[in-house]
Ligand binder design. Structure first.
Ligand SMILES: Nc1ncnc2c1ncn2[C@@H]1O[C@H](COP(=O)(O)OP(=O)(O)OP(=O)(O)O)[C@@H](O)[C@H]1O
Length: 273
């Protein structure tokens, strides 16, 4: 691998903006919401970038652009140097193998009528990865990777706890060995006692597999715990970004200072230190 390839961002959002038309306007006078405005983000290999900001600041819209659920109104999106702004069928296939998403509520990612084994096999079948034996091996590896017993493979999502379901959703997101995971508020729907376990699992995956991650949360303490670099958003714009330690210890922007001042740790006390 050349140095140039090594340094290529896994994800590069180049000056993206997203504007929504709301239903309340008319054709001549549309009401526009500038959800994201001129945002540039690079996710480098092995790096975890945290995006933090209050509800409505544009975090999820940014995440949706990254994973292809939302097209930007302007700007470009690159995955490992390939321009994927316009998602053709071919590109969509490639995208699925570069970036995977973990959502806040695992129930949205999992089929309630399918046992865990089949949910983990699904992406392998769709992307035609491996022989049936290799797929079985991979399914067993995945369930072990996320710290669940093999018996969980026979369970339906409804028979598992919220934390266990999020582990299955993470296993599914890892099935195609993506370069990066986008985790959009992955712990917000979970009990406080389980949040730390899921954060630790994500930290282990990042350390052991060299996974890159975009971690999105409204809770700055959670973002601090997991991120190498932090991006603070407000009103669709980036207010401040830098290494996690720097943003925490020497915040430059007034909004970041407010967020830090207003943030009681929502985590397990051990993680809030
Ligand atoms: N499909 C849409 N149509 C119109 N407006 C939208 C749409 N999606 C998001 N918005 C608006 O865009 C802005 C940014 O929303 P977004 O969901 O990205 O923020 P967020 O920081 O992720 O908030 P939350 O944590 O509450 O999801 C908000 O004002 C929101 O109301």
């Amino acid at each position: 691998m050349s140095d140039a390839t090594k340094e290529e961002p896994i994800i590069f959002l180049d000056d993206i903006s997203v504007t929504f038309r709301t239903r309340t306007g008319s054709i001549l006078h549309p009401n526009l919401v500038h959800a994201v405005q001129g945002v540039t983000i690079k996710l480098m290999p092995g790096e975890t970038v945290g995006i933090v900001g209050e509800s409505g600041c544009g975090k999820s819209t940014t995440a949706n652009v990254m994973c292809g659920l939302q097209s930007p109104t302007s700007g470009r999106v690159y995955f490992k140097g390939t321009d994927v702004t316009k998602r053709t069928a071919d590109l969509r296939k490639k995208i699925g193998r570069v970036v995977s998403v973990v959502f806040q509520d695992p129930a949205t990612a999992l089929n309630p009528r399918m046992v865990v084994h089949d949910q983990l096999r699904d992406p392998l079948l769709v992307h035609k990865v491996g022989t049936p034996q290799e797929q079985e091996r991979r399914i067993n590896e995945l369930i072990e990777l996320v710290g669940l017993p093999k018996s969980a493979l026979r369970a339906l999502p409804g028979q598992l706890s919220g934390g266990q379901r999020q582990r299955v959703a993470i296993a599914r997101a890892m099935s195609l060995q993506p370069d990066a995971i986008i985790a959009d508020e992955p712990t917000s729907a979970l009990d406080v006692s389980v949040r730390a376990q899921i954060l630790n699992l994500l930290t282990d995956l990042k350390r052991d597999l060299g996974l890159s991650m975009i971690f999105i949360s409204h809770d700055i303490q959670t973002v601090r715990y997991i991120s190498d670099r932090i991006i603070v958003m407000n009103h669709g714009q980036i207010m401040e970004q830098g290494p996690a330690k720097q943003v925490f210890e020497h915040p430059q922007d007034a909004y970041t200072k407010t967020l830090l001042g207003a943030a009681p740790s929502l985590l397990h006390p051990k993680l809030g230190q």
